[in-house]
Design a protein around this ligand. Structure first.
Ligand SMILES: CC(=O)N[C@@H](CCC[C@H](N)C(=O)O)C(=O)O
Length: 375
């Protein structure tokens, strides 16, 4: 099979992005493709809307795992693609999970043609963007049955060129927590603000106050992010809103800073209740632990990469992105790398157009790396 096969698979998957734990079409597509390989030493188990696929080794003593996330994002696509744009209105593979799946299928297909000595587990994990599929999958019976000894994954990186791979020992991605705040006040006529408790004003003030948490409560040598991505409130331009909702995310490199940011958010919300005579509630949604690359395995990979000439390895800085792959790494040694895809537009951008030539780079790299472990 040549590179066009994986590009076509990526395009097929690009057309059907689905929300976390709703990946029914994606699961069916993956399952159909894998079954079409008719491999006698392959076992497939669905898990919720994801899949686990085990390639049984000829004389296995260990299992290594490769994980791809499979969900899309609520974004209306604005790419220049012709013929394979998202068929799901308001949804898009804007974080590269279509690439991640196509690469995983490429590696998997290779090992159905050349049975390895050791087992390889392929994980197609739902809900990475939220609410998080990794943690419940880790706790599932099927995962425990096929528990791997090592685990690997990649993520596309628009800022790197095709042929570049970036990673680092230790901390790679941040700790994250979602943030949902509901405010309840008293609505009324726009002309009589003194009879109301305006929740649009309260919500706006809270967003502004949050900016001081990073600048005044977090050690400047540590890093923190509070992003409010959604403000909802109100029904009409001349009606004062009786409620409002903020939806956001909190990021930190250290656990201490995450705790401190949450403390400060809680204090500001409490003060807002007094200041704006309203009721407020906070929900932290799902939380992801940091992505921490195993020092021994990443050193092995760096040494391995320095002997390859098909790609260039870059030692990068940590990023404030989150990934529930961190939960796998908390329990199983392994690592994650960035895959250069050279897109003018970044992750979570409606115009993201990763370069499809990167699929082959990643597939070949992981096959070469795994060959040194499973044969
Ligand atoms: C790689 C990437 O973009 N991951 C997402 C993970 C989202 C976690 C959660 N839903 C949150 O928003 O906190 C990211 O936004 O970094």
């Amino acid at each position: 099979m040549d590179n066009n096969t994986w590009i076509q698979i990526r395009r097929d998957l690009h057309k059907i992005p689905e929300a976390g734990f709703q990946e029914y079409k994606t699961q069916a597509y993956l399952s159909q493709y894998i079954q079409s390989l008719e491999c006698s030493f392959l076992e497939l188990e669905p898990w919720k809307t994801g899949l686990l696929v085990k390639i049984k080794g000829t004389s296995a003593t260990r299992t290594i795992a490769y994980r791809a996330d499979i969900d899309g994002l609520p974004i209306s696509e604005q790419t220049s693609y012709q013929g394979f744009r998202s068929e799901h209105p308001e949804y898009m593979h804007a974080c590269g999970h279509d690439f991640h799946m196509a690469i995983a299928l490429g590696i998997l297909t290779h090992y159905t043609q050349q049975q390895p000595k050791e087992n390889i587990l392929f994980i197609f994990q739902p809900a990475e963007e939220g609410p998080g599929g990794a943690l419940p999958m880790l706790q599932s019976e099927v995962f425990k049955k096929w528990l791997p000894d090592e685990i690997y994954a990649l993520h596309i990186a628009p800022e790197y060129k095709v042929g570049q791979i970036a990673t680092k020992p230790g901390l790679l991605f941040a700790n994250t927590s979602e943030l949902f705040i509901d405010l309840k006040g008293k609505g009324g006529h726009a002309a009589y603000p003194h009879h109301t408790k305006d929740m649009v004003v309260a919500a706006s003030s809270l967003v502004t106050q949050f900016q001081s948490i990073i600048s005044r409560n977090i050690d400047p040598l540590d890093s923190g992010v509070i992003t409010v991505g959604v403000i909802k409130g109100g029904t009409k331009q001349n009606i004062i809103a009786d409620s409002a909702r903020l939806e956001g995310t909190i990021r930190s490199l250290s656990i201490e800073s995450m705790k401190r940011m949450k403390q400060r958010i809680e204090a500001l919300v409490q003060a807002l209740e007094i200041g704006y005579e309203c009721e407020a509630s906070i929900d932290y949604g799902s939380n992801y632990c940091q992505v921490y690359n195993d020092p021994t395995l990443i050193s092995q990979f760096i040494e391995f990469s320095n002997r390859q000439d098909q790609y260039e390895l870059i030692i990068c800085k940590e990023a404030m992105t989150g990934e529930d792959f961190g939960y796998f790494l908390e329990n199983i040694p392994g690592f994650m790398v960035w895959l250069g895809v050279d897109s003018k537009y970044g992750l979570h951008d409606a115009r993201l157009e990763p370069d499809e030539q990167a699929i082959e780079v990643a597939k070949d790299m992981f096959i070469q790396f795994f060959n040194s472990k499973v044969n």
